[in-house]
Write a protein that binds this ligand. Structure first.
Ligand SMILES: Cc1cc2nc3c(=O)[nH]c(=O)nc-3n(C[C@H](O)[C@H](O)[C@H](O)COP(=O)(O)O)c2cc1C
Ligand code: SF4
Ligand code: SF4
Length: 262
């Protein structure tokens, strides 16, 4: 049966998971949400349809919300979502996806949470050590195998979480969504920017222009932190919080896979 996985990613964890699940399914396309957001109204996938995305503030990214609202899923036979998180997924991802589908009179057949490397370095913690990252990637691989089996069997399955409803309240998810598009106002550029332009290339929503240094457009930032993490000179920071912190890119993806024109 035909299948399609739509993904959104900042540092690549969701992309890697989307590709691995696709490899286990039959005849599965992996499609970028960011590259298709302006033409989402023309999409009508058939068969098995999945959505893979990172958890932001215990909820789904704004762009994923919009994509789910607008995509025609009436041809689907089985729908699943995978919330990729770093510390606490809440249950908002799956709760939200379920509700969006309910409005379309459709059922979410399976909702998974997969804990991957936490890239959220703008609060109090840093990227985990290399050793911890390695362990996390192993656990992700094992979970992916289980998830693929469930999807292949078209089983109903719902992962649960203890901070199901309180998570988005503590993390102020609604406030995040209201303010997300110009959170890029708090990014700074250091002296060692060499004008390479990579940050503009990896911004999934083309919200950066580079002349000599990056200029954030304050238009549709999703706060995915791709620009901050992937800058080769580590010269993009969020206020002063990230100055001494490490950076992260999922090591199993090629750099070109992040480019917004590929
Ligand atoms: C803006 C932002 C908010 C985040 N909020 C959460 C969160 O509420 N809970 C959590 O467990 N992880 C959170 N994370 C971490 C990511 O969900 C996690 O690192 C994920 O694996 C990133 O996926 P990606 O590599 O596909 O972008 C957040 C990351 C970002 C950039
Ligand atoms: S990726 Fe870094 S070094 Fe390259 S243009 Fe952007 S800020 Fe400058
Ligand atoms: S500007 Fe940076 S944080 Fe905002 S969407 Fe682009 S890559 Fe992500």
């Amino acid at each position: 049966m035909e299948s399609t996985i739509y993904y959104f990613t900042g540092t690549g964890n969701s992309l890697k998971i989307a590709k691995d699940i696709a490899g286990d399914l039959v005849n599965c396309n992996v499609v970028s949400i960011a590259k298709n957001i302006t033409s989402v109204n023309t999409l009508k996938p058939n068969g098995v349809v999945g959505f893979v995305f990172p958890i932001f503030y215990c909820g789904i990214p704004q762009i994923v919300q919009k994509f789910l609202d607008e995509i025609d899923l009436s041809g689907s036979s089985y729908i699943f979502s995978i919330s990729v998180y770093g510390a606490t997924a809440g249950n908002a991802g799956n709760h939200q996806v379920k509700n969006i589908l309910k409005k379309k009179r459709l059922k979410l057949n399976a909702a998974f949470y997969i804990k991957s490397v936490d890239n959220f370095i703008i609060w109090t913690w840093d990227i985990p050590s290399q050793k911890k990252q390695q362990k996390i990637h192993e656990t992700v691989n094992n979970k992916v195998k289980t998830v693929s089996k469930i999807i292949l069997n078209n089983e109903n399955h719902y992962d649960t979480s203890i901070v199901e409803y309180i998570g988005p309240i503590i993390f102020r998810y609604k406030h995040f969504i209201k303010t997300v598009n110009n959170r890029d106002k708090s990014f700074t550029v250091g002296n060692n920017c060499n004008s390479c332009g990579l940050c503009a290339k990896v911004c999934p929503v083309k919200n950066i222009e580079v002349d000599t240094i990056p200029k954030w457009l304050h238009e549709n930032c999703q706060f995915c932190l791709s620009c901050l993490h992937l800058c080769p000179n580590k010269t993009i920071n969020y206020k002063k919080v990230t100055l001494k912190r490490n950076r992260y890119k999922n090591p199993f993806n090629k750099l070109e896979e992040y480019f917004n024109n590929k």
